[in-house]
Design a protein around this ligand. Structure first.
Ligand code: ADP
Ligand code: TRP
Length: 330
């Protein structure tokens, strides 16, 4: 059995331009976790994206976009191994091994392909296999903790079952990971009050220019109270976004200003814009530089992949030995 090095790992699918819902719901919380673990890995799940992104140019752009986005938001590539899933061939070998001990019935119950099926979409075999590949991503690095959004809960359950089943058949070999699902991370609303999502066309892009950011914030729906009227922060979309980005103290102070009256919606939106702009100005500037420097991004990703592979090769070797297919990895 492996030593349990406290290891945090998460994967990000390259698809679409990131929005502030992704930032506040996934990126910012994950950055906070990296420092608390001895080993931290963050990878771009490009082969997972292939189940839906089937345009070469779009795929390549999105891969660099994810790398530039996370680095711009503060991932330190010296501490966190940042790599592409596709650079780690051991992932795919482990996926096959896991498929052979995982019950088909477990995959039959997976939401992801069932939802796609229910929406009348074409379901490729990759989508059906998605949880096995994801289990391999996780188990290959003796991951102890996987921070994910609520929608990924079932996938982590499947990864745990895959590890337990393998261990049951071949003896204690794989570390069984724990999910870290922060139930308090709120769902960030979009401009129309629905969940902010690229599928709903209601997003504020994370790296919108100051000018675009201001004009999008001005479009957020508000009530029709007069300037002098007290306003209820808890039913306000403008406040919900402010609260998500600001510190608890800032949010409390703003709630008092809403309730006191005398502050119009124009002013409230202006405060939200200023707060968002202050938070995002640094990342926006870094993103512009990073995304124009693919040479640097390639270097970071190659370095991350080389370091990650050292761990991967060892785990796979342990797995192969356990199965009796123990040719030394080349
Ligand atoms: P989208 O809904 O725009 O397609 P994704 O499904 O690609 O976004 O989400 C990527 C990550 O961002 C996930 O971890 C998800 O939980 C988080 N996320 C996406 N939208 C929101 C939101 N509106 N509020 C909070 N977190 C979100
Ligand atoms: N399925 C995840 C998503 O859609 C991405 C992902 C792939 C992942 N492999 C992973 C997340 C391993 C955590 C760990 O968001």
């Amino acid at each position: 059995m492996a030593d349990r090095i406290p290891t945090v790992l998460t994967g990000v699918k390259p698809s679409g331009t990131p929005h502030i819902g992704n930032y506040l719901g996934a990126i910012r919380p994950a950055l906070g976790l990296a420092d608390r673990y001895e080993r931290s890995l963050l990878f771009i799940a490009d082969y997972h994206a292939l189940t839906t992104v089937q345009d070469a140019k779009e795929m390549t752009e999105s891969i660099y976009d994810v790398a530039a986005t996370w680095l711009a938001c503060g991932v330190d590539p010296k501490r966190t191994l940042l790599y592409r899933q596709s650079s780690i061939p051991e992932v795919f070998e482990l996926a096959w091994v896991l498929a052979c001990t995982t019950a088909k019935g477990l995959l039959d119950r997976a939401h992801a392909f069932k939802d796609a099926e229910a929406r009348g979409k074409h379901v490729n075999a990759g989508l059906y296999w998605y949880p096995v590949l994801m289990a391999a991503d996780i188990l290959l690095f003796d991951t102890t903790v996987v921070p994910v959004g609520k929608d990924q809960k079932q996938h982590i359950e499947i990864a745990r079952e895959a590890a337990e089943r393998f261990n049951h058949v071949f003896g204690e070999t794989l570390v069984v990971p724990e999910p870290a699902i922060d139930e308090n991370v709120m769902t960030i609303p979009g401009l129309d009050g629905e969940k902010m999502s690229k599928s709903y066309g209601n997003v504020i892009p994370l790296f919108a220019s100051s000018k675009e950011l201001r004009s999008l914030v001005m479009k957020i729906k508000t009530g029709s109270e007069a300037l002098e009227d007290p306003k209820d922060p808890d039913t306000s979309l403008v406040y919900a976004l402010y609260k998500a980005v600001a510190t608890p103290d800032e949010a409390r102070a703003a709630a008092e200003r809403y309730r006191a009256g005398g502050m119009g919606w124009g002013h409230a939106k202006h405060e939200l814009f200023e707060r968002l702009d202050a938070e995002l100005a640094g990342p926006r500037e870094r993103y512009a530089k990073l995304s124009a420097d693919r040479g640097y991004l390639d270097e970071v990703l190659a370095e991350g992949a080389a370091r990650a592979r050292r761990i991967a090769v060892e785990t796979l070797w342990r797995v192969r030995k356990a199965t009796g297919i123990d040719r030394a990895p080349v």
